[in-house]
Design a protein around this ligand. Structure first.
Ligand SMILES: NC(=O)c1ccc[n+]([C@@H]2O[C@H](COP(=O)([O-])OP(=O)(O)OC[C@H]3O[C@@H](n4cnc5c(N)ncnc54)[C@H](OP(=O)(O)O)[C@@H]3O)[C@@H](O)[C@H]2O)c1
Length: 134
């Protein structure tokens, strides 16, 4: 499968790269090549590579900084993934968005699905609220 790892220079991106490279054709990019908050850049990335699946490992992970830089947090952790999802829809690609226990409380057994009701999660900081917004 032709995979595209976004945020490939980060911790998670590097782990995905090492794990998936033996079995798949893996393409990588990070913010130096494509900023996921930049719609034309994201569109160009998909037009060029047309991946079958995308793993989004890009994130604004400075949780404390999100409290003071809320706009950028929203752009990177919510708007960027939305742009990726829209392009995946356009090219009929799968998208994998990875989260942490900052979003899910770990109380659900098995595979967690996207929380649809407010009572299913309890945001306690800006980072978590932004990841839940879309
Ligand atoms: N580690 C944590 O504390 C933490 C906290 C919250 C969520 N997560 C989740 O874990 C995953 C990533 O974690 P990680 O530990 O691998 O984080 P990481 O090491 O900080 O990697 C994130 C990568 O995303 C890149 N990036 C940031 N903004 C971008 C943009 N606008 N466009 C494209 N790339 C961008 C970063 O580049 P630069 O380094 O150059 O900015 C970095 O290479 C995400 O799914 C995230 O939701 C992790």
């Amino acid at each position: 499968m032709k995979l595209l790892i976004i945020g490939a220079n980060g911790q998670l991106g590097q782990d995905c790269l090492q794990t998936l490279t033996p079995q798949h054709t893996v393409l990588c990019c990070d913010v130096q090549e494509v900023d996921i908050t930049d719609a034309p850049q994201v569109a160009g990335l998909f037009a060029t590579h047309q991946p079958e699946a995308v793993i989004n490992c890009a994130a604004y992970t400075a949780v404390d900084a999100c409290e003071t830089d809320q706009q950028r947090c929203m752009e990177v952790n919510a708007h960027g993934p939305q742009l990726l999802a829209e392009q995946c829809d356009k090219y009929n690609s799968r998208i994998i968005q990875i989260s942490t226990d900052y979003v899910y409380d770990g109380k659900t057994s098995g595979t967690a699905t996207i929380p649809r009701r407010r009572r299913d999660y309890a945001p306690f900081n800006v980072w978590k609220k932004q990841t839940q917004r879309r």
